[in-house]
Ligand binder design. Structure first.
Ligand SMILES: [Zn+2]
Length: 81
């Protein structure tokens, strides 16, 4: 594989991470006032996965609703390329 393509993929992964973090920036649990924690695993958009942890189900639902659209968007653009 060409290094250029790997770099391109890395840039897309970084953009995806930033976009996801951006969406969760103002998410707080209404009960505990805690922000959810976000972790990414994988180095390319094909293998990347998000793991979310939070204080309770409420904040997890809020976080999932927020990142749902960006997650689907990334998956679609991966298929298209
Ligand atoms: Zn909570």
């Amino acid at each position: 594989m060409f290094p250029v393509l790997q770099d391109f993929d890395r840039i897309r992964v970084e953009r995806f991470k930033q976009a996801t973090e951006e969406k969760l920036r103002d998410v707080r649990c209404p009960e505990h006032n805690q922000a959810p924690r976000l972790r990414f695993q994988g180095e390319s958009l094909r293998e990347i996965s998000i793991s979310l942890t939070g204080c309770c189900d409420k904040v997890m639902q809020l976080a999932n609703a927020r990142i749902g659209s960006s997650w689907l968007g990334a998956a679609e653009s991966t298929k298209a390329s």
